[in-house]
Write a protein of this length. Structure first.
Ligand code: FES
Ligand code: FES
Lengths: 168, 168
DNA sequence: GTCATACTGGACTAAGATAGTCCCATATGC
DNA sequence: GCATATGGGACTATCTTAGTCCAGTATGAC
């Protein structure tokens, strides 16, 4: 119920990746390699994120993407707003009150109450929250290498589709 | 963002209708007529709701549907659970932890935090809340007729599709 | 100046979810 | 027996999503 789209999930992973490298300018190919997502998908998402002013882009050689603001200034609501559009919980709770009969409908007011509750929760979570490692890596950190050097890179692939290099 | 499906919205309207008539056994045709939804759609939804134990059905002549429990005992989470399935916010937050790498993924824990927040909000809203009229009908009540006699009937059509009688 | 690198914009297809309809079987009261 | 209902499921049209690809443009390195 109430699922967010897979692209949004991917987009969040990308943002997390960028958040871990505040001073680097990462090209899409880099991001794809590190997140293990397919390159075209990453490109598409980065374009969307740039258009939504969540990341800043630099064109040309040595170009790439950076977060537009510090991670703490980007909320989950921002991310969903950019990647899923400004749709409300129901079609009636959209801004463009297309349902002109709202006052007569018993359902709308309570749905909107719920809608506000969700928005509040979304506002409370920042990208920084999303990015912080929940706990230590359980298995993969045997090498004793500095976590600082490769903050998010060794994270295992998220799910078993849309990997890179799937082109035959 | 985070939209619930239109059928779920319809289903809620149907439940609200039944909630207003706790002691009647309403056939689907009745519900369709009063909610102004198309009959086949109403039938389908009532079947789903019956299977999800939110409404009780009586077969045969004089049969129909009633709420399985008082409206205050049916939460929004129940409704969404029955009509949209038990899907989590992301595919990773489903019960069947298909993403075996959860511990390594930075994103999951915060998404699940959000998921819990939403569930809590859903649990807090009951069908009784959804059913209570938000305020008086603004225009339609000029006739001075008793509201009690037709509690939810004069509510205007919810949106401009899927009306009854669309069959040529 | 030329070239390789990278973003920009949009078109396009395949797959999947959603909405809506219809049919046949079964139960029940009159 | 028959009209009235629900139960179960199949089916199609349509919209959305996911994923890919290409032609264009900007920019730094050589
Ligand atoms: S991608 Fe599955 S837990 Fe993060
Ligand atoms: S159906 Fe639109 S406000 Fe209720």
């Amino acid at each position: 119920m109430l699922r967010i789209s897979r692209l949004t999930d991917y987009g969040t992973m990308i943002l997390v990746h960028l958040a871990a490298r505040p001073d680097e300018c990462c090209p899409a190919s880099d991001v794809a390699a590190h997140t293990r997502l397919a390159l075209p998908t990453v490109q598409k998402l980065l374009k969307l994120l740039a258009r939504g002013d969540l990341v800043r882009s630099v064109r040309g050689a040595e170009g790439g993407y950076t977060l537009a603001r510090p991670a703490s200034g980007i909320s989950a609501a921002d991310i969903l707003g950019v990647l899923e559009g400004p749709l409300g919980l129901t079609e009636c709770s959209t801004e463009s009150h297309q349902c002109e009969l709202e006052a007569g409908c018993q359902v709308s007011s309570a749905w909107q109450k719920l809608d506000r509750a969700i928005r509040r929760a979304l506002d409370d979570i920042s990208l920084a929250d999303l990015a912080e490692p929940p706990r230590e890596f359980p298995v993969l950190n045997l090498s004793g290498r500095s976590l600082q050097a490769r903050p998010a890179t060794p994270a295992p692939p998220p799910r078993n589709r849309n990997r890179t290099g799937a082109r035959p």
